[in-house]
Design a protein around this ligand. Structure first.
Ligand code: FAD
Length: 824
């Protein structure tokens, strides 16, 4: 097997070594700068609370795997996990509601839990002030990881399997040749390597810098204290760290608790964010290192903890007789979106990250990385964790620092799924931004881009809405970051014409003599068509899982424009292009991100042709520019690439021009459209209409965990075109027993938001991927993964804030199945 060097023997590095050894890789070396028995990173002092439930399916699965693995990791009859249960209490009505939603996530992702009342809270946790709690989410399988002990047992087990662990060995440099790692340099000589995985925790940016990689992670200090012995706990637990009570979260005050024998440990996120400069960490020799002296442990700042101590004494009255005996400011990693950083560097082959990982997710992440290395892909979808997911503007030091600190502040806040950041904003704006502001756009942010969700300028249209289009009133949660104006914008799009800003959708130019080969090899589509053709297709991994969906326009013989989903796609295409060019210079190909340099308007609606014909002499008739065709045209004198496509399912075009001409294009179309009632419309209407048409969104309706057929995307695979990535896997039929289904909600008014559990035959059987009110059909829509036997017409129930909402599996698409409007 290849020579692997793992940097760091914390809970992530130790787990990865073990996972690789288990898979038969026998050439693995782990280098740790600290002594192996107490490495001195975050793991060395982690209290080890494992609350599994997370809004992310991937993160929840990582946590559940970690629980299972630590339970099975035993020595002297003792495992490394105490399954004490997890209790997240609510002291506000808002939190109590949020816990219902959280129970929904647990159910969706297969973790058993239940909401309990104050009486039951008291039964599980007699030390609580019963009158302060309104209820709790109780998850019996949560508990305490013995992180430091687990590291030692993993080191033992992996060493037995042949992994070499070297303590007191600091990695000081990484050697590369021809764009791939060859060795690491240490204070104790060089170690040759084909693969280097940085499991360096919050030291990640330092290690990344060794290969010129910006690692978007901020080390922050977080306060943890232990109290003096509490009489109520005397004699109950083994000393010094035994525990019997469930682990406890008091999120309304940013606090969490566990027992340490007779003491209570308290962690706080209530204090100011405390960023740490890696160059100013305390330095200890191996001999000096102890439980109290390690680089990841900074001096306690009692004034920061004072409010948390008062609040803790209110929640747990028995603490009134106790003091804080021992406290520290412990360091660990935060990232701009709170997710971990996993995957290979886009520039240096063989250099991987597995960083910004909690103990909670450690074994799950290690398993995913081991699968990535050994099998070429992780079985768990990684799109939310990919190290390359951040856009360039999101990798600046200032951005990483501000957003990571904000994540610290908001870590336990009740956040709406659509809630945008307050800052930093206006990082990226399309050329239409001034007009959008004039029209009162309500902006949400994505990938640094400002994206209009609706326009207040359209509020007057609500008075004109025909009764059938009047949206029902929403509950207070689904009404947040939403406006009924979306209904008016959808109505205008379906009955007249609207402009959509499509600029933020990432796009690349693929060019060169090898361009066609590259796209043919990586995608499922038949790209070898005449210039002018547009193809919707998928990027698969080797196992046939969906990595992304893309739309490829052939502009010329050796020139393509592809609409892609994110930076992960871009880096994938860019790297594959570089490899192909290096392997065969005659087939060189280059992939260039043209998103920022171009602008795109979606001009859609039954009157779109009337509008465009007023400002262009080109022929936009069906005969001349068919559905899924592209042409170079002039609009108001501007050079435009027109593509006859529509994600909202109406007649119209995506119109691309250079960024400098964007505003002129907008103004020309907007003016020409006045007599046809043109409006600017936003993402809320867009999302509703895409679901009405059954258009899938990557990361929601499909991920690498799904094959095209089960996601209803079989049509995008041209199996007979010759080999492509994933084709061999697809050739072997596989029945997963699940399908992506379209649901309509029976009461015609209950709008859900996504990720809610779906019950079929009275059992939790799947989860919602995307949802919206379908303005055209006058009913809410939800797409969901469900067992294959939940066929059309079957009744299901969606659980929304603890309430069951009846829904029906419905034939799709819900609007224009005959495609008359699109081809109009
Ligand atoms: P680390 O444990 O930091 O390991 C990284 C290792 O890399 C270190 O040992 C370091 O010495 C080594 N290293 C770095 N650079 C080099 C180099 N150049 N050469 C060689 N070796 C190098 N998480 C939970 O899930 N539950 C909790 O309850 C919890 N509570 C926490 C409480 C506190 C106070 C803190 C600070 C963190 C807490 N965490 C908790 C977070 C958790 O501790 C960390 O996320 C986790 O331990 C990180 O593991 P790791 O292996 O990635 O990093």
């Amino acid at each position: 097997s290849p020579r692997v060097v793992i940097i760091g023997a914390g809970i992530v590095g130790a787990n990865l070594a073990d996972e690789l050894a288990t898979r038969g890789w026998n050439n693995v070396t782990v280098l740790e700068q600290g002594p192996l028995h107490l490495a001195g990173g975050s793991t060395s002092h982690a209290p080890g609370l494992v609350f599994q439930t997370n809004a992310s399916k991937t993160m929840t699965e990582f946590a559940s795997y970690t629980v299972d693995k630590l339970l099975s990791l035993t020595k002297d009859g003792q495992s490394c996990f105490w399954q004490l249960g997890g209790l997240e209490v609510a002291t506000t009505e808002e939190r109590l509601e949020d816990l219902k939603r959280k129970l929904g996530y647990a159910t969706s992702w297969g973790v058993e839990g239940r909401l309990i009342d104050p009486d039951e809270c008291e039964k599980h946790y007699p030390l609580l002030d019963r009158d302060r709690v309104l209820g709790a989410l109780y998850v019996p399988s949560d508990g305490l990881a013995q992180a430091a002990r687990a590291v030692q047992l993993l080191i033992e087990r992996a060493s037995d399997a042949g992994v070499v662990f070297r303590g007191s060995t600091a990695v000081t440099g990484i050697r590369e040749e021809g764009g791939r790692v060859t060795a690491v340099e240490t204070n104790d000589g060089e170690v040759p390597a084909d693969i280097v995985v940085s499991c360096a925790g919050f030291w990640g940016p330092k290690v990344g810098a060794m290969v010129g990689m910006d690692v978007p992670l901020l080390p922050l200090a977080h306060q943890y204290v232990k109290t003096t012995p509490v009489p109520e706990l005397k004699g109950r637990n083994e000393l010094p760290n035994g525990a019997r009570l469930p682990i406890l979260r008091h999120q309304d005050a940013d606090l969490y608790y566990r027992e340490h024998g007779e003491r209570i440990g308290i962690g706080s996120y209530a204090h100011r964010p405390m960023p740490v400069d890696l160059d100013e960490l305390p330095v200890f020799t191996a001999e000096q290192m102890s439980e109290h002296r390690m680089p990841s442990r900074l001096d306690f700042t009692p004034e920061d903890f004072a409010p948390s101590w008062e609040e803790s004494q209110r929640l747990l009255p028995m603490l009134r007789g106790a003091r804080i005996e021992d406290g520290f400011n412990g360091i660990f990693s935060f990232t701009p979106d709170g997710g971990p950083l996993i995957g290979e560097s886009p520039d240096v082959k063989g250099f991987y990250l597995a960083e910004a990982v909690w103990v909670t997710h450690s074994a799950g992440v290690a398993k995913a990385v081991a699968e990535l290395l050994v099998e070429g892909r992780s079985r768990t979808d990684l799109h939310e964790c990919e190290a390359t997911r951040f856009e360039d503007v999101q990798r600046s030091e200032a951005y990483v620092s501000e957003t990571s600190q904000q994540n610290f502040v908001e870590i336990y806040d009740v956040l709406h799924p659509l809630q945008p950041k307050d800052s930093p904003r206006n990082l990226r704006t399309s050329p239409f931004f001034p007009r959008q502001q004039e029209l009162g756009a309500f902006f949400l942010e994505s990938g640094g881009w400002e994206r209009p969700h609706w326009y207040e300028a359209n509020a007057g249209l609500l008075a004109e809405l025909p009764p059938a289009w009047q949206p029902p009133e929403r509950d207070s949660w689904s009404a947040r970051f939403h406006s009924p104006i979306a209904a008016a914008e959808a109505w205008k799009t379906r009955t007249a014409v609207a402009l959509y800003d499509m600029t933020p959708l990432k796009r690349v130019e693929v060019s060169g003599p090898g361009a066609l080969d590259l796209l043919q090899r990586l995608s499922t589509g038949q790209i070898n068509k005449k210039p002018g053709a547009v193809t919707y297709c998928l990027l698969l991994d080797e196992a046939g899982g969906v990595r992304s969906d893309i739309t490829v326009a052939r502009i010329g013989a050796e020139l393509f424009q592809a609409g892609i989903n994110n930076n992960v796609d871009f880096e994938y295409l860019r790297r594959e292009a570089a490899d192909q060019s290096a392997a065969d210079p005659a087939r060189w190909v280059q992939v260039h991100d043209i998103t920022a340099g171009t602008a795109c308007i979606g001009l859609w609606g039954p009157l779109a042709r009337e509008v465009i014909s007023k400002v262009s002499d080109d022929d936009f008739s069906n005969a001349s520019l068919k559905y899924f065709r592209t042409a170079q045209v002039r609009i108001a004198g501007l050079s435009v690439t027109a593509m006859r496509l529509s994600y909202v399912g109406e007649l119209g075009w995506e119109l691309y021009t250079t960024a400098d001409q964007g505003l002129k294009l907008w103004d020309a179309l907007f003016e020409a459209g006045q007599e046809h009632g043109i409006i600017a419309a936003g993402r809320a209407a867009f999302n509703s209409m895409r679901l009405e048409k059954g258009y899938r969104l990557f990361g929601h309706e499909m991920t690498s965990e799904h094959r095209p057929e089960e996601a209803g995307l079989g049509f995008a695979v041209k199996a007979d075109k010759g080999p492509f990535v994933g084709s061999e896997a697809l050739a072997v039929p596989q029945e997963s027993g699940r399908r992506l289904r379209c649901l309509t909600i029976d009461d015609g008014r209950s709008v859900v938001l996504g990720k809610e559990p779906v019950y079929f035959q009275s059992r939790p059987a799947g989860y919602v991927t995307s949802a919206a009110f379908g303005h055209t059909i006058g009913k809410p829509i939800a797409y969901a993964w469900l067992p294959a036997d939940a066929a059309e017409g079957e009744k299901v129930e969606i659980e929304y804030f603890g309430r069951r909402v009846a829904a029906t599996v419905t034939a799709e698409p819900l609007v224009d199945p005959g495609m008359e409007r699109l081809r109009g």
